[in-house]
Design a protein. Structure first.
Length: 254
């Protein structure tokens, strides 16, 4: 594929302040940048019905949603019902609280919980996944990592993975090996670049030190999701434009 634009979505956390201030204008700006998919990170004070109308109006497809642990734990039926209102197929857990990941036993309990939530979501016709940061790759007293436990103890039929490549690289993981290990359980990737200075912080894709020419061809996922947790430019839409323009310019076979 010579143009990756159709596969590229955007995590709306990247423009959270703009969306909170003016949802309609923000979605229109993202559409005009060339994004065709979005991953939600909350409703920003608007009802799902309004989101559905605006997403359709701007030709934006909701590929997934980030849902906090407590919402999934306490009211997963409501979460799925709201996702259905906008046609979103995948619920993603974006974070695990520290109290749920201190020991190997904690990770096992969390994996069992993920299986239960995944089963509940699957019964309602949707899918469930997990998004990583860097702490999952810290070594436990058992010698393994929390991510090892999640891969081993979650059911592939119930739990898929959304790999945040920046955080995996930040944790000094071998990204190609990790992608290969996840196999078909890897359905989405968060992509952003890393600065080459000592801080090693966020940069637009293609404007940092990560080897995208090597990595992009191996990412056989349902969508590449651009995310910019923080942006040095006062307008985060400029960072997103830099990322999608870079991705559009990269042949898949390069």
């Amino acid at each position: 594929m010579d143009d990756l634009r159709e596969e590229v979505a955007v995590q709306l956390f990247s423009v959270r302040d703009a969306i909170q201030a003016d949802l309609e204008t923000s979605l229109n700006r993202l559409s005009r940048l060339g994004f065709r998919g979005v991953e939600l990170a909350g409703w920003a004070g608007s009802r799902p019905e309004r989101w559905s109308h605006l997403l359709l109006q701007n030709r934006l497809t909701p590929v997934a949603m980030h849902i906090p642990f407590d919402d999934l734990d306490h009211d997963v039926e409501r979460v799925v019902a709201e996702a259905e209102m906008i046609g979103c197929p995948v619920m993603v857990l974006p974070w695990i609280g520290e109290e749920k990941r201190r020991t190997p036993a904690d990770w096992s309990k969390t994996a069992a919980w993920m299986n239960r939530i995944g089963e509940s979501i699957r019964r309602q016709g949707k899918r469930f996944g997990y998004h990583n940061h860097a702490f999952e790759f810290d070594h436990l007293e058992s010698g393994e990592t929390g991510y090892d436990r999640l891969i081993a103890e979650t059911d592939p039929a119930l739990v898929e993975f959304e790999l945040d490549i920046f955080w995996a690289a930040k944790a000094e993981q071998n990204v190609p090996e990790l992608v290969s290990r996840l196999g078909t359980r890897l359905t989405f990737c968060h992509i952003k670049d890393m600065t080459g200075d000592q801080e090693r912080t966020f940069a637009p894709v293609g404007h940092g030190i990560l080897p995208w020419s090597e990595w992009l061809p191996m990412l056989k996922v349902q969508a590449l999701i651009v995310e910019q947790d923080a942006c040095k430019d006062p307008d985060p839409f400029n960072c997103l434009k830099a990322s999608i323009d870079f991705l559009q310019s990269k042949p898949e076979s390069e």
